[in-house]
Design a protein. Structure first.
Length: 430
């Protein structure tokens, strides 16, 4: 298990922790070019071949698209408990994202006779990528689909890898039914991204794809960036539990393990200036391993000895400085005054406050979006929101009187910047 003192970390150690698992994907990109080119040429035929090769699932062409009766069956196959949980989460997520919606249109007068504004409209279409690699993720579809529906995107397409039986998991279909999404395709990885970037006989071309995926899906997004908008960067999961000496060690231990169980390439860190707290946390964590599956326990242990671990600082201020430099995807603030600490956190995908707000709640059902920037991109990107599914058009109107008042100034800009026809358009306008 990694336990570092921040000021004693070597340059190499700190670089490794800061980089996370943002690995070189040049080999995946070579494959992505090959597969994408083939799908562009052969369409569905190539999609089916790569689904058989990579996902080990044989599908017929008429089974690529999920039928309405499959969605109904998936919804009914889920237990009442699962349906109720999905419906509860959907309500909270919908409420949160409806609050984000901007005005359809606004105007303001910047000068006499000059009126400017913006018109907000949904993007024309979007593909939602729902992964399946380590399990079934209905929460991902809720987090992607609800803001897309709230933004009133007219065409919403879902791609998700099929399970071993060649079907979409029931919980995903249940989430789709609750949201009201009906266009779903059984395809994942490189072939999914290429299919919606180019379009095939069955799968429609889309202008944007958004959602977390593995390194192969990420490579395909990079390769096809000139053909499709790939949305925010969402890689392996990462979290920081920021705590001081007043934190409850049991709660810290429980929450430290949350993102660590996502996979061996995840990164879960405790950042604190209290070594005494760490000494209490470690044995509690060891006691939790017998309560989880061997697979998840292996993921957590691997995480804590690679990209995760404990960072011990000299003060809360130094801990906060590290957090802002790391810019985590998820972070919890377990300090004596979490709302005071909040004011000093500038770079994080989400910030959860207090002893009773584990990442679990926000991942599934609190309402804020859990699809967040990773790899330090929280310094420049935000979580998925309705704004990922909206675009803005600037509006301007100038009256004759307004034009006369700014004609000469505009002409000055045109001459200064060397644009002849810009100048003529205002100088010679009657």
């Amino acid at each position: 298990m990694n336990i570092y003192k921040l000021k004693e970390m070597s340059k190499e150690q700190k670089s490794f922790i800061m980089k996370r698992a943002e690995m070189d994907i040049s080999e995946q990109m070579k494959l992505a070019i090959e597969v994408s080119d083939d799908i562009k040429k052969r369409g569905d035929e190539a999609v089916l071949e790569y689904t058989a090769k990579f996902d080990r699932v044989q599908l017929a062409q008429d089974r690529i698209k999920v039928k309405p009766e499959e969605i109904e069956a998936g919804y009914k196959n889920c237990s009442d408990e699962v349906r109720e949980a999905i419906e509860y989460a959907a309500k909270n997520i919908r409420d949160f994202h409806e609050k984000q919606m901007p005005e359809d249109m606004w105007f303001t007068h910047v000068d006499n006779g000059i009126m400017v504004g913006e018109k907000t409209t949904p993007i024309v279409d979007v593909c939602l990528y729902v992964p399946r690699g380590k399990g079934s993720f209905p929460s991902v579809l809720l987090m992607l689909g609800i803001p897309a529906v709230t933004a009133k995107v007219p065409k919403i397409v879902v791609v998700t890898p099929p399970n071993e039986q060649g079907n979409v998991d029931d919980a995903i279909l249940c989430a789709a039914k609750v949201i009201g999404i009906t266009e779903i395709y059984k395809v994942g990885g490189i072939q999914a991204v290429a299919s919606v970037a180019y379009g095939t006989e069955t799968i429609p071309k889309c202008h944007k794809i958004i959602g977390p995926g593995n390194s192969y899906a990420t490579a395909a997004k990079r390769v096809l960036a000139s053909h499709i908008d790939a949305g925010l960067p969402a890689g392996p999961s990462e979290s920081i539990i920021l705590c001081d000496e007043f934190a409850d060690p049991h709660k810290v231990a429980l929450d430290w393990m949350i993102e660590a169980e996502h996979g061996p390439d995840s990164a879960a860190l405790i950042v604190t200036h209290s070594k005494e707290l760490v000494d209490k946390v470690l044995p509690i964590v060891e006691g939790q391993f017998s309560k989880i599956s061997p697979k998840r326990a292996d993921f957590v242990r691997t995480n804590f000895s690679t990209y995760g671990g404990v960072i011990i600082t000299d003060s809360l201020e130094e801990s906060i400085e590290f957090v802002n430099d790391y810019a985590p995807e998820h972070m919890e603030v377990m300090t004596q005054n979490p709302f005071v600490t909040l004011e000093k956190i500038n770079n994080a995908g989400e910030i959860l406050l207090g002893d009773y707000t584990p990442i679990t709640l926000c991942n599934f059902l609190m309402g804020p979006n859990a699809i967040l920037p990773t790899g330090g991109f929280a310094k420049t990107y935000s979580s998925v929101s309705v704004f990922d599914f909206l675009k803005r058009s600037s509006i301007g109107y100038v009256s004759k009187e307004g034009f006369e008042s700014v004609r000469d100034k505009a002409y000055t800009f045109a001459v200064t910047e060397g644009f002849d026809t810009h100048g003529l358009a205002v100088k010679e306008r009657k």
